[in-house]
Design a protein around this ligand. Structure first.
Ligand code: GDP
Length: 264
């Protein structure tokens, strides 16, 4: 289901009048809703779009400058406009269908995907595997979108922020370890998926089979390990940044807003 919905989200026609948008995605409990709420509260102006209850229109908080406005000064209407964006929440797999329907009815332009991770839960095998599988599928959907594009220019790049959340918890892995562990676990997911395909595929052999397998293989070919850097070949830069939306010695999501600012 996920690949289909992502596909629908990514292939929506974009019009210049719509706001730049970011998709919040990730296992439930990672902190997506908490981040959305935080961003909404901080925003100077906020409106709920009635047609799409899972999308909120927000402003980039003070102290962050949209990439496109580096040479503009605050107060300039173009500067203020460039701070506006939409966040789309996907609260749990069950609601993904509803989410996709709303998206289709109200197309916006996708600037990036924020994949929220519970950095404490990925310290344990079960949490790590669940997260890695989900991220693998998201990245594979992005890869397919890129390699399947028909236009000669290639599709617009869609960067991914892996937002390593809950850094306030002492059991949380630091961001560089979150990245390492996810890369390792995604390598395993990729291997077992390839094996699954081979085992379930028709035993006819031939070119089509190997082509299909290639399309299902995330990142570069070969048996080596998966690295996020491999995604750059298919138009996706993956960045891992730590933060915490709640508690501890205070909220810290500065690096996430910086990443958003760089895409605006
Ligand atoms: P979602 O399912 O991804 O939308 O996750 P939620 O936003 O509902 O958060 C799940 C739980 O994690 C909630 O109890 C939050 O209060 C908690 N949570 C979210 N962010 C943080 C954080 O940075 N630190 C800690 N300690 N807890 C957090």
């Amino acid at each position: 289901l996920l690949p289909i919905l992502l596909h629908q989200f990514l292939y929506r026609k974009t019009t210049p009048t719509t706001l730049p948008s970011f998709l919040l995605i990730g296992p439930s409990g990672a902190g997506k809703t908490a981040f959305l709420t935080l961003t909404e509260r901080k925003a100077v102006a906020q409106t709920h779009t009635s047609t799409a209850p899972l999308a909120v229109e927000v402003l980039l908080p003070e102290g962050h400058t949209p990439q496109s406005s580096h040479y503009r000064s605050p107060g300039d209407p173009a500067y203020e406009r460039s701070r506006r964006f939409q966040l789309h929440d996907t609260p749990g797999h069950g609601k993904l269908r509803h989410f996709a329907t709303t998206q289709l009815a109200n197309p916006t332009s996708v600037r990036g995907i924020i994949f929220v991770v519970d950095a404490a839960s990925v310290a344990e095998e079960a949490g790590l595997n669940e997260t890695a599988e989900y991220l693998h599928d998201v990245l594979l959907a992005l890869q397919k979108r890129y390699t399947g594009a028909t236009s000669s220019k290639g599709p617009k790049e869609i960067p991914v922020l892996v937002a390593a959340n809950k850094m306030d918890l002492f059991t949380a892995l630091p961001p560089h370890l979150v990245a390492q562990q996810l890369e390792k676990a995604i390598s395993e997911v990729r291997k077992s998926r390839a094996k699954g395909l081979k085992d379930s595929g028709p035993a006819l052999g031939g070119e089509d089979d190997s082509l299909d397998e290639e399309r299902e293989w995330l990142g570069e070919g070969g048996e080596g390990s998966f690295e996020f850097a491999q995604m750059e070949e298919v138009g996706t830069t993956v960045t891992v940044q730590g933060g915490n939306v709640i508690g501890g010695d205070g909220v810290d999501v500065t690096s996430w807003y910086e990443w958003i600012a760089a895409q605006l």
